[in-house]
Write a protein that binds this ligand. Sequence first.
Ligand SMILES: [Zn+2]
Ligand SMILES: [Zn+2]
Length: 337
Amino acid sequence: MSPASTGPLPPVERVRPGLWSVPVPIPSSSLRYVFVYVFETDAGPYIVDTGWNTDDAFAALSAGMEHLGSRVQDIVGVMVTHIHPDHYGLAGRVREASGAWISLHPADAALIADRYDEPTDLLARVGSMLRRVGAPEAELSSLQNASMPVRPFVDSVRPDVLMEDGDHPEIKGWDLTALWTPGHSPGHLCFWEAGNRLMLSGDHVLPRITPNIPFHPQAGSDPLGDFLAALEKLRPYAADEVLPAHEHRFTNLQARLDELQAHHQQRFAEVVQAIRDGVTSAWDIAARMHWSRPWDRIEGFMRRAAVGEAMAHLRALEQRGVVRERVGEPSQWELVA
Ligand SMILES: [Zn+2]
Ligand SMILES: [Zn+2]
């Protein structure tokens, strides 16, 4: 656990006149909280992201809204950056309380049923993926089911609005544009607020940690390639401040984009070196990569995420013609020429 994993939540803060950040707790996560951003308007508040579906989270959101002189019941619209439980999980409950609309990018909306309602087929596909990456037999079933414990924290409602790249949600007094930034999730959205030059970056760009870019059956064929391109998509925006969904607000977006690009270049080099040293399965390559804690202390969902991350690097390198997969159980990865 990092030092940031303990301690009180940050306070509700006024980011700009009429724009607030409300931290909503995420139980048993080292991220600790997600920031819900609240845009005030004459018609009522609009929010970006919600927190996940627990009584604690709903209470924190309610208290936060009251702190800024409003109520959850008054919320008019809920713009969700992506489908992960800590962002989308509570959206249904907010809609129930307020009648607000919920928006999501279509690429994430398309994943809801498979992921949260009828996961049997998805679990089977995760199982075959784990065999292909070379997960040890003894860990297969626990890894296969590793994401199931979060299901109760998601109310798998359908969005009312499909928010596409370049859409301008009509929020009076604010100048918002949705930016499709796939990678961390296939339908991830950032929001640019041109009036104040603010980038709401969701989980796409965080100040300290690098977002997990998982390769899994619901990801596209090259999620890391998508992610790296989506980092460049933000480069032209001269943001005065970046408003991420976790950690803390920050300045100098472009420097952070450089750091994230450099991080993945280093990861590519690690993967290539592992293969050069004769390590061939994605599982063994993942075990060789540098993580924030030793491999044998990475467990459950975190371990699956790590292997998914190794796979994402392998797929991106495959797209670039650097490595190729000899498909099997497990697949063997080799350098091209
Ligand atoms: Zn996320
Ligand atoms: Zn998140």
